[in-house]
Write a protein that binds this ligand. Structure first.
Ligand code: ARG
Ligand code: ASP
Length: 723
């Protein structure tokens, strides 16, 4: 009965959805919260103000939120620059410090003092200083007579000027990003920290508990967190790594609440969602769900099978390939879920009927007809044109670039090009060869030639058999003539004859490298194939793809403007574009399928239920088990004495939101966002309030692991924890 009522309310909400957006959907712009969302947020239970979340006049929560690396979020939790993010966000850094002797990935890592914290070259953390709506300034540079190329050039030019002015005389960086496909523009002024050190990480059987089996799924029991620290120069400003650097003193760090969240409690997520495509037309969803996704899925099936088998049979390969496997599997599983969601929601026909309404609205008015009359036909035509190129690029990236040897060999093109440059001196060439030599150890540390060879044989076969011949690399001609379609033989030959398959061969080759040796590279089978695969993409696919997606972008610019005109009462939100956003909603359970209800939180009981010493993903650390047995949860247990692990809510999130703080009505940290449920992964394209949930690591489990499991009370003491 209750369920039925719920459905009816959902139905009423849906029918009004053209007037006002469904509660829970949306990733909102921090500086517009007061105007657009504050009331709604407070009605849902929020006790703070928009100004407490984002302010340029005084410190606010935004001063504690970071873009971590290029694609995750992190938050500052102490006045000494301590930051929290996900284990899977810190994974490659944890991995880079790991070897068979110091296997931090498997065993975890805890720095007992500042001196033990580990440096991570290349890793950055970016803080937003301020944002500004610069739409008027940017669009003043364009006029109706410009074609798309002129328009783009004019916009680029004015953006560079505004960006430069915005940060003149400071150490900040500035960038302007388009919103609503270029109907609006915002300027972001940021501070980029460059010395980020690893402080702590749980063992993988906590940080990645459930592994790829549980990934994208609820109920979940993953302790998906890792701990880093920002270091700065003596002036508290960003600096390159130096042993002299000191911990950063932030304007703001998050307060942590141990109260947790009950069902229906208000929560919000503050972070950097990467990319969503809410405004796609039916033509685009068709291409995505019926062609693009299934083809990618099929090719990743193969790669995962090969790597998976090798990981399970060899400890070293596990270290070398776990991160690679996880990232291949992550996209693969997401696309499978996304397709199921798109189909279940009948997204294509929903979009089609919206487009029908849209067309009717256009035809009601002569001016509209002039402006938008041919828009949908143009979309249809452009997507038809786009399809073969899209598929060509799918085969290029998912098959052509699947073998590491191809990507590795391609990297040597610069050496070949420079060797042919008669203006360069022999020393220059030798220096360049030495540069290459320096990179070899890092590459081969994580390389297994047999695994790669198997991937090569399988994926080249798919590329050859399934991809349109017009989009295949020239070198493929020999597959038939020379190898009689025997892909094993093809692989054997390439890997045995190439310099690129072992560290010894390529090191030998680079020792005493002379300019004329480029000829040997040009004869190398892996190099030749790499050049052929890349040039095929560059010459036959890339440019057409760019110009056609410029075309769709400009169509979307007009389309989005038109649908905003059509629904003046509706509150719109821009697609995610790796800029800081706020999503809000409530802690809530859901009904994934007939007769099944998923509760809104999990506990340590579930870890013990999933435990299986014979399955890598479900091994439980003995120490965790003994804490469980003695119920030694300290102050981290919930009111009922349970040890909570994760919870779900209706906050609209996407890739990039990983590591984002999940905050309560008072703006206190109660968890770290790390995933979505499988039934809801289509939320990047179409949101369903019934099914879409974000998955959050309960901060109490995170602290329990740091405190009780790792005994790192030095970290606990640094944080501001409220009972
Ligand atoms: N699905 C999550 C996100 O998209 C977590 C991925 C990492 N975990 C994994 N087992 N591969 O990033
Ligand atoms: N796991 C994702 C991330 O890494 C989050 C998501 O897609 O929901 O950002």
């Amino acid at each position: 009965m209750k369920k039925k009522l719920f459905r009816i309310t959902a139905y009423i909400l849906l029918t009004f959805s053209t007037l006002s957006i469904k509660a829970d959907e949306g990733m909102w712009i921090p500086m517009l919260l007061e105007q657009l969302n504050q009331k709604d947020m407070q009605n849902l239970g929020m006790k703070i103000t928009a100004e407490d979340i984002y302010s340029i006049n005084h410190s606010s929560l935004k001063d504690a939120i970071l873009l971590f690396g290029g694609g995750c979020t992190a938050e500052i939790v102490s006045n000494q620059g301590l930051i929290l993010t996900n284990h899977h966000c810190g994974y490659s850094n944890i991995q880079s410090h790991s070897s068979l002797d110091h296997d931090y990935l498997t065993n975890g890592f805890w720095a007992r003092n500042f001196n033990e914290e580990l440096t991570n070259p290349g890793l950055t953390a970016t803080l937003l200083i301020r944002m500004e709506d610069v739409t008027t300034k940017v669009l003043a540079a364009v006029n109706k007579n410009m074609n798309e190329i002129q328009r783009e050039e004019a916009i680029d030019k004015i953006c560079k000027i505004i960006e430069k002015e915005a940060v003149a005389g400071t150490h900040y960086k500035a960038s302007i990003k388009p919103f609503y496909y270029g109907n609006q523009y915002y300027l972001f002024v940021t501070e980029v920290f460059k010395d980020i050190r690893l402080v702590g990480a749980p063992p993988s059987n906590i940080g990645k508990f459930g592994g790829d089996t549980d990934n994208w799924m609820w109920p979940r029991h993953t302790g998906d967190f890792s701990v880093f620290r920002i270091y700065v120069g003596k002036d508290n400003k960003p600096a390159d790594y130096s042993p002299e650097n000191i911990p950063y003193q932030p304007k703001k760090h998050l307060e942590i609440s141990l109260k947790g969240a009950e069902k229906n409690d208000f929560t919000f997520v503050f972070g950097y969602p990467g990319r969503t495509q809410q405004y796609l037309t039916s033509f685009a969803v068709d291409l995505l769900s019926n062609y693009d996704n299934p083809t990618r899925i099929k090719m990743r099936d193969k790669r995962l099978e090969i790597i998976g088998n090798d990981i399970n049979s060899d400890k070293l390969i596990r270290i070398q390939y776990s991160a690679k496997y996880a990232s291949i599997a992550n996209g693969w599983k997401k696309w499978i879920g996304e397709n199921r969601g798109i189909n279940r929601l009948q997204a294509i026909s929903k979009k089609q009927s919206f487009e029908k309404q849209f067309q009717e609205w256009i035809e009601k008015d002569e001016n509209r007809n002039k402006e938008y009359g041919g828009l949908l036909t143009e979309f249809d035509r452009t997507y038809k044109e786009l399809k073969p190129y899209t598929m060509g690029s799918v085969y290029f990236s998912e098959a052509g670039l699947a073998p590491e040897i191809i990507r590795f060999a391609w990297g040597f093109k610069k050496l070949v090009d420079q060797s042919k440059d008669t203006k360069l001196k022999p020393e220059d060439i030798q220096n360049l060869a030495d540069q290459y030599k320096k990179g070899l150890a890092g590459y081969f540390k994580n390389y297994n030639v047999n695994t790669d060879k198997k991937i090569f044989a399988e994926l080249m076969k798919i590329y050859f058999e399934d991809c349109d011949k017009a989009f295949q690399p020239k070198e493929f001609e020999q597959i038939k003539t020379k190898y009689k379609n025997d892909f094993k033989k093809f692989a054997e030959e390439v890997y045995s004859k190439s310099f690129f398959s072992t560290n010894e061969k390529i090191t030998d080759f680079l020792n005493n490298y002379k300019a004329k040796d480029y000829k040997k590279l040009e004869k190398d089978p892996a190099y030749r194939l790499a050049i052929s695969i890349y040039t095929n993409y560059i010459d036959n696919i890339q440019n057409q793809l760019i110009s056609l997606s410029d075309k769709t972008d400009s169509l979307y610019r007009v389309y989005v403007k038109a649908i905003m005109d059509m629904q003046p009462e509706k509150r719109f939100y821009p697609d995610a574009n790796s800029t800081l956003r706020v999503a809000y909603g409530k802690v809530n359970d859901y009904f994934p399928r007939d007769a099944v209800q998923y509760k809104h939180y999990t506990t340590i009981e579930g870890i013990m239920q999933k435990e299986d010493p014979n399955i890598y993903d479900y091994v439980v650390e003995p120490k965790l088990k003994s804490l469980y047995k003695s119920k030694d949860y300290g102050r981290y247990a919930n009111k009922s004495g349970e040890m909570p692990v994760a919870f779900i809510g209706t906050n609209h999130t996407t890739g990039g939101n990983s590591g984002s703080p999940v905050l309560n009505a008072n703006g206190q940290l109660i968890g770290i966002n790390f995933d979505r449920n499988w039934e809801g992964t289509m939320s990047d394209v179409i949101y369903d309030p019934d099914q879409c949930r974000n998955i959050t690591l309960d901060i109490r489990y995170c602290l329990f692991i740091i405190d009780k499991f790792a005994g790192a009370d030095n970290l606990i003491k640094e944080m501001t924890i409220k009972d």
